[in-house]
Design a protein around this ligand. Structure first.
Ligand code: ADP
Ligand code: MG
Length: 228
């Protein structure tokens, strides 16, 4: 079954004469349980496509269904609530709130969930334990290494039990050892917890962890040619 279904998706930035189309009709299906690596040159629209899939931006045309919801057609409020339950996002530069502790950052997606503070705190602790950071729950981002900050971001992405993780160059700013820790975690979430993952990456070692590799070429997604 497709968890993500993209049909003839188009995205333009800018208005009128300044409008530039970045995605020219992307078709893409991601089945439940897949771990897809999305590659392609810088500026080819990878982040644009991920942001659309994650409901962080609106398509200009085409159809986009995630977990049976037509997310291009939802209102901003509906989308914010829905996104928290269905999608976890991991960014290259972590995007943690600097004034909040690790645990408070991980709690952010639960703020719209209706859970009380004690429950939120408990779920955040569990998520931080899963990523190996039980000993860092009260640290602020500036007191953590890049790899640790990315693991906090991963805890935040999984804390709601969302079935889909969308990762934009999650290892792009990390040294090899920290990158491998992050990839080990993502691989384990995919294999052991059935998370579906769509990950943009330039890192061949990261792409090798995926179950399928796609290229975004001229604003259209194509299956990567076999390398050997
Ligand atoms: P990639 O992630 O593959 O490097 P992006 O999706 O970030 O590519 O960008 C694709 C193209 O869209 C680039 O030419 C970029 O400059 C342009 N672009 C991205 N975001 C915006 C935006 N918010 N406004 C205008 N142009 C944008
Ligand atoms: Mg990008």
């Amino acid at each position: 079954m497709s968890l993500v279904s993209v049909r003839n998706l188009r995205k333009s930035y800018g208005l009128g004469a300044n409008s530039v189309e970045v995605l020219h009709g992307v078709d893409l299906d991601v089945a439940e349980g897949e771990f897809v690596a999305l590659m392609g040159p810088s500026g080819s629209g990878k982040s644009t496509l991920l942001n659309l899939i994650a409901g962080l931006d609106k398509p200009s045309a085409g159809e986009l269904t995630v977990a049976d919801a037509r997310i291009g057609e939802m209102s901003a409020t509906e989308l914010a609530r829905w996104r928290g339950r269905h999608i976890g996002f991991v960014f290259q530069l972590y995007h943690l709130m600097p004034t909040l502790t690790a645990a408070q950052n991980v709690e952010v997606p639960l703020l719209l969930s209706g859970l009380d503070a004690a429950r939120r705190r408990r779920q955040a602790r569990i998520a931080l334990e899963v990523v190996g950071l039980s000993h860092r729950i009260d640290h602020k981002p500036a007191q953590l290494s890049g790899g640790q900050q990315q693991r906090v971001a991963i805890a935040r992405a999984i804390v709601t039990d969302a079935p889909l993780l969308v990762c934009d160059e999650p290892t792009g700013d990390l040294d090899r050892a920290s990158a491998d820790e992050v990839l080990d975690l993502l691989g384990a979430f995919n294999r052991e917890h059935g998370k579906t993952i769509v990950m943009v990456t330039h890192d061949p070692a990261a792409a090798a962890r995926a179950t399928r590799q796609l290229h975004l070429d001229k604003g259209r997604a194509v299956d990567a040619p076999a390398t050997h």
